[in-house]
Design a protein around this ligand. Structure first.
Ligand code: N2P
Length: 375
């Protein structure tokens, strides 16, 4: 259904893994999962306790979580994180208490290498058969041993046209050109996310958002630092609401978050989301189980439940991201398809999208550059 976004082409091929220092916490005898055998004996639909979910904000309908809880006679608690880089150390430290986490593809690769994830028991996940071919055998986890695709989307810019007008270049210059951004000073946000903010700057500069050139990254860092003059905040979780309530006019953000919020307004056509002409990020987020998850069977049962056709459709009909679940496609609503299949979304065309990938030993430079750019 993601006709305008050729995920498979971007995900094809292998990505060399260069290990960063392992950040794995010590194993804990009292914890439920213990790395290699976590979930090995779980059966389909088995629960072994409550579900603690660690997710991005606004990524699943709380009513669906209630439905899951009721169906299996357990409780569900959710905490949220606003970037992969904020989530990973929490898991790596051990005893996080989380059963299911939602890392993006490149972070899955890092977490596998760091021993942060438990291998999945595919026998407990029969609904894996519902995944579309596009979303199987992905480079960040080639055999799907540790992760299951959750949702996919793009990162771009959302604009309130009642403030900015409609006659603007669909370009990252809205954020990075001081002449343009200066007209909306204090009404602009960027994501609080190293790969996304620096990635946007890299694309604006004409570079790959996966660069491993220290010079290119330094240029991007400088651009993000300079953009701060006109930013209201680096914000991931609230930017969409700030935009539709008129507190900001330009937001770097995620596709689905923006679509959902636009539809909350009296006139959604006042707002526009696009991936700028210089290109932008495309990503796949996944479900995975921490190495020491207390309830690995409940975790498997939840992952399998999300992979169900109806539950997969409910997920996308609520968060407006692309489903990797082919069986769910028949249940998607029309309004959603009109949004996510709009060809105008990609100002630079399909080839301008770049999947965020793991940059190996260079990865730490993105975090360092972002901290420096934020000042
Ligand atoms: C959910 C958006 C998360 C996508 N609010 C980031 N990969």
């Amino acid at each position: 259904m993601f006709r305008s976004m050729p995920i498979a082409r971007l995900l094809a091929g292998s990505v060399a893994i260069i290990l960063v220092a392992a950040a794995c916490g010590g194993s804990d005898e009292s914890a439920g999962a213990t790395g290699d055998d976590a979930g090995a004996s779980c059966e389909v639909g088995q629960v072994d306790g409550d579900l603690a979910l660690y997710n991005w904000s606004d990524y699943v309908d709380p009513e669906d979580l209630d439905r899951f809880a009721e169906e299996f006679g357990i409780k569900v608690t959710t905490d949220v994180f606003d970037s992969n880089e904020a989530m990973q150390p929490v898991i790596a430290a051990g005893r996080s208490g989380y059963d299911v986490i939602v890392p993006s593809g490149y972070m899955v690769q890092i977490m596998i290498a760091s021993g942060n994830l438990a291998p999945l028991n595919k026998d407990a996940l029969p609904n894996l058969a519902n995944l579309s071919d596009e979303f199987t055998d992905l480079a960040y986890d080639p055999t799907g041993e540790y992760s299951v695709p959750y949702q996919a989307g793009t990162t771009g810019i959302a604009v309130d046209t009642t403030v900015v007008g409609t006659d603007f270049d669909r370009s990252w210059s809205l954020i990075f050109d001081p002449e343009i951004a200066g007209q909306f000073s204090g009404q602009i946000t960027m994501l609080n996310d190293p790969r996304e903010t620096l990635g946007a700057a890299l694309k604006y500069l004409g570079y790959s958002l996966n660069t491993t050139s220290a010079d290119e990254l330094a240029e991007a860092q400088e651009l993000v630092a300079a953009a701060r003059d006109n930013l209201a905040a680096f914000d991931t979780d609230q930017a969409d609401e700030l935009l539709i309530t008129g507190q900001i006019a330009i937001a770097q953000g995620y596709s689905g978050d923006m679509f959902v919020q636009f539809l909350e307004t009296d006139d959604p056509s006042d707002f526009v989301y696009f991936v700028p002409k210089e290109g932008g990020a495309q990503w796949v987020d996944t479900m995975a189980i921490p190495f020491d998850a207390p309830h690995p069977c409940t975790a498997h049962t939840f992952i399998n439940w999300i992979l169900d056709a109806d539950n997969g459709a409910a997920l996308t009909n609520w968060n407006y991201y692309t489903t990797p679940n082919e069986a769910a496609e028949a249940g998607l609503d029309e309004e959603l398809l009109a949004f996510i299949d709009d060809p105008d979304l990609l100002a630079g065309g399909e080839d301008s999208l770049e999947l965020i990938t793991y940059t190996g030993e260079f990865e730490i430079n993105y975090s360092d550059a972002f901290i420096a750019a934020k000042g």
